[in-house]
Design a protein around this ligand. Structure first.
Ligand code: SAH
Ligand code: SF4
Length: 345
């Protein structure tokens, strides 16, 4: 009988250790293999030279290390943001981005092929939903980027294609794999999960005992406006989302980030800023104001004056806020743009 090779990137350290022991190998062999994979970026057993030929063959018969193939890569001449279009084993494509934030290499990774939430301003939402990524497919994006660039990724943001909390189990497993000191050893406080806001999942996440950073994509200060751009708001109101965010903040003692895309003459009025300040009063939050990266013709950036004014109103109300431009706008780095271009070919 032919056994199916297990993808190592799908496995936590404990799972891999168990599998190694099942093969009759010593415990330290697991550490050696993971060291090759996660620290030295060696993805073929043949090259793992501190293992005997016999052990390398045994491992190759039982395990695989599945990395995605880069179909496209664009590097921004402005800020070196690098965007990849990756092909998965089944031919589906996803995007991953390497960017430099405060001097650290940060990876922005995808959690789904497409996204079922269908926000009206988002290129990923426009392309429909195909499937969830497995934990290994999420982890593999980090290794593929590191392998290509020789950069050690220190920060990870789950802000690529897809809604992480609609793929909860695989996202959580990928986090557990990435933070293990035997594997990638990323500090959990250097990982941010961005969500459109699914209250019960946010509360569940707060009970996992992980100090993950949470970012909530709010983008509007009234349900009437949020309904127009985020269909899921009809199911979970702003108040419900913020209530869950508050629970997360209290349980984790982490400041929650509120993301607010600024869209000209839609959500950039003084009244929106005041409403937002009122909604967030008393919460330990930080607001990221993101001038929209236009992907549809009727949504544009506000003027610089308007953007600054919005921020000033928040600051005057005691809400911490900063304006963040999406990196790599010159290389179509808005989530989902590159993939759409390829799908249209
Ligand atoms: N689904 C999750 C994570 C992926 S989207 C979420 O919505 O939070 C990551 C971030 O990119 C979100 O804050 C999203 O609102 C933002 N985004 C999507 N399209 C954008 C655009 N055209 N311009 C600026 N930001 C955008
Ligand atoms: Fe999905 Fe996030 Fe895009 Fe909305 S913004 S469609 S939730 S990826």
């Amino acid at each position: 009988m032919r056994c199916v090779a297990l993808n190592i990137l799908e496995m936590t350290y404990d799972e891999f250790l168990m599998a190694i022991k099942d093969l009759g190998l010593e415990r330290y062999r697991a550490d050696q293999v993971l060291d090759w994979v996660y620290k030295k970026h060696i993805f073929v057993f043949e090259k793992m030279t501190n293992l005997s030929k016999e052990h390398r063959n045994l491992l190759a018969r039982n395990f695989s290390i599945d990395l995605p193939e880069a179909l496209d890569k664009r590097v921004s001449p402005l800020d070196h943001t690098t965007k990849y279009l990756y092909k998965l084993q089944d031919g589906n494509t996803i995007e991953s981005v390497l960017l430099f934030h405060e001097g650290y290499a940060t990876a922005c990774i995808s959690t789904q092929v497409g996204c079922p939430v269908k926000c009206s301003f988002c290129a990923t939402g426009k392309s429909g939903f195909i499937r969830n990524l497995s934990a290994g497919e999420i982890v593999s994006q980090i290794l593929a980027i590191e392998n290509d660039t020789n950069q050690t990724i220190r920060n990870i943001v789950y802000m690529g294609m897809g809604e992480p909390l609609l793929n909860y189990d695989n996202v959580l497993k990928s986090v557990r794999v990435l933070i293990d000191e035997k594997t990638k050893n990323v500090g959990v406080r250097r990982i941010t999960v961005s969500t459109v806001g699914i209250p019960d999942k946010i509360v569940r996440l707060s009970q996992e005992g992980l100090d993950l950073n949470l970012a909530i994509s709010l983008h509007a200060a009234s349900n009437e406006k949020r309904d127009q751009i985020i269909p899921m708001n009809r199911r979970y109101t702003i108040e419900e989302v913020l209530h869950a965010a508050k629970i997360y903040q209290e349980n984790s003692d982490r400041r929650v980030t509120i993301e607010y895309i600024l869209i000209r003459e839609f959500n950039d009025f003084d009244e929106d800023a005041r409403r937002l300040a009122k909604l967030l009063k008393g919460m330990k939050v930080f607001v990221n104001l993101i001038p929209i990266n236009p992907v549809v013709s009727n949504m544009e950036r506000p003027t610089q004056w308007k953007i600054n004014r919005f921020k000033e109103i928040l600051l005057e109300s005691g809400i911490e806020a900063e304006v963040r431009y999406e990196k790599g706008a010159d290389i179509e780095a808005a989530c989902g743009q590159l993939r759409i271009r390829h799908l249209q070919k």
